[in-house]
Design a protein around this ligand. Sequence first.
Ligand SMILES: [Zn+2]
Length: 387
Amino acid sequence: MVFDRAVRGLLLLALALALNPAPAAAQLSTRGLNERPPTVVAPHDPQAPNVFGTSEDFQMVSLGADIYAAIRTEPLGLAADCNSVFIVDDDAVIVVDSTSGSARAEIAALRRITNKPVRYVINTHWHDDHILGNQIYEQAYPGVRFIAQTHTREHIETNTVTERQQIAVQLPHFIATLDGLLANNRSLDDKPITPEERASYESDTRMAKRFLLSLPEAHTTPPQISVDSGLTIYDGHRVVEVRDLGRAHTDGDLAVYLPTEQVAIAGDIVTAPIPFVGATQSYVTEWPATLQRLLAWHARIIVPGHGPILRDDAYPRLLIRLFEIISAQVKEGVKRNQSLEEVRKNMHLEGVEPAFVDDSPVRRMLFQNNVVYAAVGAAYRELQGGR
Ligand SMILES: [Zn+2]
């Protein structure tokens, strides 16, 4: 039962919200678990030119045309911080997502690129891993303005605050659980720990401790600019489209597109190698249509909210397939009046699961939580008429 209690806290951290309260340890499959070396899941793009060297937390990479992305480098785990993007314009900078723990380091990296001030920070949604750093930007760049979708703005004034209070209570237990597992060489599903799991838990506890330390100082100014369907920033030669493409990860996701450079910034509409889904907050049945609108941009580069830079549409298409399969099966279950537990038990995801899990125990654990537990739960909520 170590798994239940630990994961509850973990997912609170990962998504900075009461995402997924209690996945069952029994759901953890051990199929295919063996002694092979772990799959490398370090989320940085080996093809990208490394501009500033790899920091402990992120690799700042150039996407060309004075656009830079800070791509996270910590191992895949339940604790996560987000990728950020820096769009350098004629006389100012536009930032997409401020991270929870790396804003200072990212601003330092940005200042090695340009001394232009940050004028706008676009928050793709309300979770703390995307907005907690806003206050650091306020200090560094007086006059900076924050942009978010209208629902996200509302959540920042309400849910963000209550989630932080819950996290403050739960994280110490989560940290103690993982520290205990590390000391005893055990995994969350009570097996001998693999090197991949060890690296993942160590990263999780480090991030959790840092997050906890930052909470007493945490405050978030509500965004001054709210977006319903979209807005476009014309700044010198630059065109930056900010769009609500539909509900997906939350009810207030924004994606950003630079049509001239064909760069899309997806927020958590796309996270790799496993989607981030909240059972009570995400919209799995609507997610495929939202992804189709993103793909209709025909971007050359897609920067996901978490994970490596994507240079083709294979992964978003895999996500579409996954969410369509889940939606169809949950719809059948609801039609037959099955309980959520029955629906989860009857799910058949064999056709897509290997593409996500790839024999990695960490990915398998995340797939169980984010997909089998959370995505199925979200689709069930939606198809029963819940919001
Ligand atoms: Zn996120």
